[in-house]
Design a protein around this ligand. Structure first.
Ligand SMILES: Nc1ncnc2c1ncn2[C@@H]1O[C@H](COP(=O)(O)OP(=O)(O)O)[C@@H](O)[C@H]1O
Ligand code: SF4
Ligand SMILES: [Mg+2]
Length: 337
């Protein structure tokens, strides 16, 4: 039975790209769920399939090379299950969902801001289209939204073009645009990666505040576990298109089980020390040439022959905490034998 508060369920999702070099498995059987108002963080190094995963949630996987090859994404619209993967990506139903219920913020604000229209015109367009507001009301609301995201002199700046905004202000304008339809689900793909730490902190605070205001669920994607730790209730660790560990934030930080999660934690600079991020030895494999067995095996200090041969199963550590690693299975066997 479905939880009453359930907003999204992703089941065994696979997203592939077919190019001249062959097939790339960007997302490999990912499953997770989100409740209304919850913040779920997806973390993993660059090239692990995080952006592709987030684009898939809104049916925005670049075509014609990319496609959802398997699995389902169920979105509960006022309690009614809508199978996103069955909707035409450019059709009316999907566009209506994207504008009214789901919104996305991208790492690079210029991806969603059009340089030839003023910031105000772009926010107003969303409001006119999806909330059926007239021009006067839409402008008033656009100014309110810009004020809400901390753009100073919003009444004047609403008339400016994206190039007149600094990077941080553009990011704020994009957040204002995404939130102007008061979505139930916000997918935020590395929304602060291009910003300096002071602005990053402001944006994170702002997102949390707006989220409380409108009880919006946020899927927050980042390569930085520290940022995820500041914002997420629950954390999903992705490696090479797999979910390798999932748990409540406290469990990820205090009781990490997967060797990859432990490496990510070890790479976070200690508070107060001005050291550079320690990188994890080795590289994420090419998603078009994945190794047999565990995809992390070539970099894993605990890898065994079984790891190099067989895909690890998902084991339950405790309620809500799962890990995809043979090593955990070994521990269980030792415990029970
Ligand atoms: N437009 C595309 N065409 C072909 N392959 C792509 C495309 N976008 C992403 N990919 C593949 O998917 C992989 C994962 O990409 P991405 O989701 O952007 O990773 P992340 O966001 O974790 O850094 C890339 O390494 C690439 O192989
Ligand atoms: S399955 Fe094996 S190789 Fe993969 S993470 Fe676990 S111990 Fe390491
Ligand atoms: Mg990305």
């Amino acid at each position: 039975m479905t939880e009453p508060n359930r907003l999204v369920e992703v089941n065994d999702l696979e997203v592939v790209f077919d190019t001249v070099e062959g097939r790339t498995h960007a997302v490999n059987g990912v499953s997770f769920s989100m409740d209304a108002g919850e913040t779920v963080g997806i973390v993993g190094e660059s090239g692990c399939g995080k952006s592709v995963m987030s684009l898939a949630m809104l049916q925005l996987v670049p075509r014609p090379h990319g496609k959802i090859a398997r699995g389902s994404i169920i979105y509960y619209q006022r309690g009614k299950a809508v199978e996103i993967t069955k909707l035409n990506p450019t059709g009316k139903a999907m566009r209506a969902l994207r504008g009214n219920e789901m919104a996305m913020i991208f790492q690079e604000p210029m991806t969603s801001l059009n340089p030839v229209y003023t910031i105000g015109e772009q926010i107003m367009e969303v409001l006119r289209l999806h909330q059926k507001m007239d021009n006067t009301r839409a402008k008033q609301r656009a100014i309110e939204m810009l004020e809400k995201v901390g753009v100073p002199d919003a009444a004047q700046r609403v008339e400016e073009y994206p190039h007149q905004f600094s990077g941080g202000m553009r990011q704020r304008a994009m957040i204002a645009m995404a939130l102007s339809c008061t979505p139930n689900l916000l997918v935020a793909d590395e929304p602060t990666t291009a910003l300096d730490v002071t602005i990053e902190a402001q944006i994170l605070e702002l997102l949390a505040e707006l989220q409380r205001d409108i009880n919006m669920a946020v899927l927050f994607i980042s390569h930085d576990l520290k940022v995820i730790g500041e914002i997420a209730d629950r954390v999903i660790v992705m490696y090479a298109g797999w979910v390798v560990e999932e748990a409540m934030r406290e469990d990820i930080f205090q009781n990490p089980q997967h060797p990859y999660t432990r490496s990510l934690l070890a790479a976070i600079p200690r508070i107060g020390r001005r050291e550079r991020l320690v990188s994890i030895p080795g590289r994420v494999p090419s998603l078009s040439q994945l190794p047999p067995g565990c995809f992390f095996a070539p970099r894993c200090p605990a890898a065994t022959d079984q790891c190099r041969r067989e895909e690890p199963q998902v084991f339950t550590v405790n309620q809500g905490h799962t890990v995809k690693c043979w090593n955990y299975w070994d521990k269980e066997v030792q415990k029970t034998s």
